[in-house]
Design a protein around this ligand. Structure first.
Ligand SMILES: Cc1cc2nc3c(=O)[nH]c(=O)nc-3n(C[C@H](O)[C@H](O)[C@H](O)COP(=O)(O)OP(=O)(O)OC[C@H]3O[C@@H](n4cnc5c(N)ncnc54)[C@H](O)[C@@H]3O)c2cc1C
Ligand code: SF4
Length: 329
C-alpha cells in the first residue's frame, strides 16, 4: 500500500497553500484519471489536495465571453445553455468523450491535465520516457495505431487524449492559474508541450500551480461550429482523429474567418493554423477544404501502424467543414 494524505481546499489560496506544503503532492479533481493512475502505481502522490470545492461557476462576461470555473463538471459545461448556443463545438466535444458517469465526475481542470492513453505509459513493464526519463520508448517500434503523426519526437510519440481541449484550442481559450508566486494566464494552446527530448514535462505549469478557470473570448461566428470525432467504437473510446471547427462565411460564400483544431494526432491539442491560413478568403468549396487539409498535414509522419491517420485527418477536416457549409458530409 502507498500511503498519502488528503485535504479538501475551500478556495484557490488554500489549495495553493496546502499543495505548497508537499513537493510530492497533487491536486485532485474528479479523480477519474489520477485515481486510476494511483491504482496502477503509475502516479504516487504523497498528498492529495481536493479542489472540487473551488469555483464551478459558468459566467457570461461583459465582453461577451464566458468564464468557466475549474471545478465545473464536464456535464455541467456541456449542458450549459450559453455554451450550447454560442460555442456548440465545446458542448459536442465534451459529449463525445468518456461516459455520462465519468463526465458527471470529471472537472474542467482535471480534463485539461489528464494524462496520455498510450498503452505503454500505463504498463510499468514497458519502457516509457514519460514515466521514467531516459528509459526508452516501446511505442516507437511497438503497436502504435493510436499514436502521433504531428509534432512527435524519437523520445515520445504519444497523443493528448482530451476532446474538450481540442475545442478550447480552436476557440482561443485562456487558462487562468494561481500559484505560489501569484496568478497568471496562459493561452490554452501554450499550456501543453510537444515532447521533444523531455516528454515527462507535459505542460508549461510551474510547480504548485493550480488551474482556477478557463475563459472563452467572444467569437460570434462560433455559433456555426461543430466537433467530429472518429474512434474505434461508438462510445467510450478516445479519438483516432478529431476535428473542432468554426466557420465564418461572407455573403458571397467565401471564408471570412475560420478556427480549426485537431485531436488524436499530437502530444498536444493541435491548432491547425496552416489550414486556417489557406482557407481565409477562399471560396468555401470542397476543393479549398481539401487543399487546406493537405497544407496542414504536409509534415505529418506515420509510424508502423498509424499511417492511415494522415489521410483520415484530411478527410475529417473536409467532412467537418462541409457539414458547416450545409453540404452533405
Ligand atoms: C474509461 C474512460 C474513458 C474516457 N474517455 C475519454 C474520452 O473519450 N475523451 C476525453 O477527453 N476524456 C476521456 N476520459 C478521460 C476523462 O475525461 C478524464 O479522466 C477527466 O476529464 C479528468 O478529470 P478529473 O477531474 O477526474 O481529473 P483528475 O483525475 O482528478 O485529475 C487529472 C489531473 O489533473 C490534475 N488536476 C485536477 N484538477 C486540477 C486543477 N484545478 N489544477 C491543476 N491540476 C489539476 C490532477 O492533479 C491530475 O494530474 C476517459 C476516462 C475514462 C476513465
Ligand atoms: S509514446 Fe511516450 S508515453 Fe508512450 S511509451 Fe513512448 S515515451 Fe511513453
Amino acid at each position: 500500500m502507498i500511503a498519502f494524505s488528503y485535504a479538501k481546499a475551500e478556495d484557490a489560496a488554500a489549495a495553493v497553500r496546502l499543495a505548497g506544503a508537499d513537493a510530492g503532492g497533487a491536486y485532485l479533481g474528479g479523480g477519474t484519471n489520477l485515481v486510476d493512475l494511483m491504482r496502477e502505481t503509475i502516479a504516487r502522490p504523497t498528498s492529495l489536495v481536493d479542489v472540487t470545492g473551488l469555483s464551478a461557476a459558468i459566467e457570461a462576461q461583459d465582453d461577451g465571453g464566458l468564464l468557466i470555473g475549474a471545478a465545473a463538471k464536464n456535464t455541467a459545461v456541456a449542458a450549459d445553455r450559453t455554451v450550447r448556443e454560442r460555442y456548440p463545438l465545446l458542448a459536442r466535444a465534451i459529449l463525445a468523450g468518456a461516459s455520462a458517469q465519468i463526465r458527471n465526475m470529471a472537472t474542467v481542470g482535471g480534463n485539461l491535465l489528464q494524462r496520455t492513453r498510450c498503452y505503454y505509459f500505463y504498463d510499468d513493464a514497458a519502457r516509457c520516457n514519460k514515466r521514467t526519463p531516459g528509459a526508452g520508448c516501446d511505442a516507437v517500434d511497438g503497436f502504435n495505431r493510436i499514436h502521433a503523426i504531428l509534432g512527435a519526437s524519437p523520445a515520445c510519440v504519444a497523443t493528448h487524449p482530451s476532446d474538450m481541449c481540442v475545442a478550447l484550442a480552436a476557440l482561443d481559450a485562456t487558462v487562468h492559474l494561481e500559484g505560489p508566486d501569484g496568478g497568471r494566464a496562459l493561452p490554452l494552446t501554450a499550456l501543453h508541450r510537444l515532447p521533444g527530448g523531455t516528454p515527462h514535462i507535459e505542460t508549461e505549469l510551474r510547480p504548485g500551480e493550480l488551474i482556477t478557470a478557463i475563459s472563452l473570448p467572444p467569437l460570434p461566428f462560433a455559433a456555426r461550429s461543430t466537433y467530429r470525432k472518429v474512434r474505434d467504437r461508438a462510445s467510450y473510446a478516445f479519438a483516432l482523429v478529431s476535428v473542432a471547427a468554426a466557420l465564418d462565411l461572407a455573403g458571397d460564400g467565401t471564408v471570412r474567418d475560420v478556427r480549426l483544431a485537431l485531436g488524436g494526432v499530437a502530444h498536444k491539442p493541435w491548432r491547425a493554423e496552416k489550414a486556417e491560413a489557406a482557407l481565409r478568403g477562399q471560396p468555401a468549396t470542397e476543393a479549398a477544404f481539401r487543399a487546406a487539409a493537405e497544407a496542414e498535414l504536409a509534415d505529418a509522419t506515420g509510424l508502423k501502424d498509424n499511417g492511415f491517420k494522415i489521410e483520415l485527418a484530411k478527410r475529417v477536416i473536409v467532412a467537418t467543414l462541409n457539414e458547416l457549409t450545409g453540404e452533405a458530409a
